[in-house]
Design a protein around this ligand. Sequence first.
Ligand code: KG4
Ligand code: ZN
Length: 378
Amino acid sequence: MTDGNTQKNSPVSGPAQGFAGGPVLAIESSCDETACAILSAEGVCLAQKIVSQDGHAEFGGVVPEIAARAHLALLPGLVQATLDAAGMTPQEIGFVAASTGPGLIGGLIVGASFAKGLALSLGKPFVAVNHVEAHALTARLPGLVPDGAAFPYLLLLVSGGHCQCIAVDGVGRYRKLGGTIDDAAGEAFDKVAKMLGLGWPGGPALEKLALAGNPNAIPLPRPLMGRAGCDFSFSGLKTALSQKLAPYGQDPLPHQFAADLAASFQQAVADVVADRITNALHMMPEASLLVAAGGVAANSVLRARLEQVAAGAGLRFAAPPLRLCTDNAVMVGWAALETCREAAALGLPQPEDSTTRPRPRWPLEDMASRFAPLESIA
Ligand code: KG4
Ligand code: ZN
């Protein structure tokens, strides 16, 4: 454990036995999506609502203070609307969950405080969820992957803030095999999109523009490709692209040139990721499935390449549908249910995290301590 916010498993005090039987009301507020979902104990989504905040576009990126204030304004109505859509009263909720990290601290404080307050007022338990773990477990939502996503699997997590290859051995058991040494993949998409004068978030806009471009038109570097391991680097690619733009100065880019750049950039990212994932699969020969998660996993060129790599290695490939790749509350509710189930399977008390503080950083490797036997927790 690395910081003062470290929490311990604590025995359940008070709440009815078997609260993990759901339904769970889950809240996501770690970045600029304000989301709420209600899932049955089996993980069936009974209702979900999401608002992608629109106050950030003019700044070309998420402004933490604006995000936190928007979460505060949106959450009460969103939670009520989700309950209404599920046809449930608050009392019918089994427990409440929220992302408490990693992410932007203001939004995490708002979401976690709201969720804890709701749990307290209802006399129900509160379960803290690691946002990255929620992305990691999304593929296990019932019915998402044909025949299910059984452990162990290799996870490629590619979002605005993360770019990692993770061996997912079980709930709470994660090994980081490699990660970015500079920008996250989504960050690179967003920055390049900004250079091309596209809106924000840049990933979807860049993918759209690339449809009109030739992916082989403009030579760009493939950082770290051919090297051992499965680390990533995107800053050199970004710099190379900016040099192609330099001759145009402040002039608008010709549309075809911009489209060719977008397609060539996307191709370079897909080539690099395919190379890194090939190595990661060698590092995890026990994996029978490759899973992609996070916002960038919504990119169809990348998905197609990953599917090819997996097929070449004789593995299945799974990526959640687009709406579950980007931030959402369904994954938060599912991670909470998985956590409760794992605790029950290990004979541990159900988690009750009402004293947990939000954490802007929360490494996945820390999650194993949740399932440490009680006597080993100091
Ligand atoms: O997982 P996510 O919704 O939020 C976090 O960062 O946790 O990921 C958002 C990122 C943004 O950088 C966005 O530009 C990128 O995912 N993204 C895409 C696409 N859709 C979203 N990148 C490339 N292609 C896309 N279609
Ligand atoms: Zn995310």
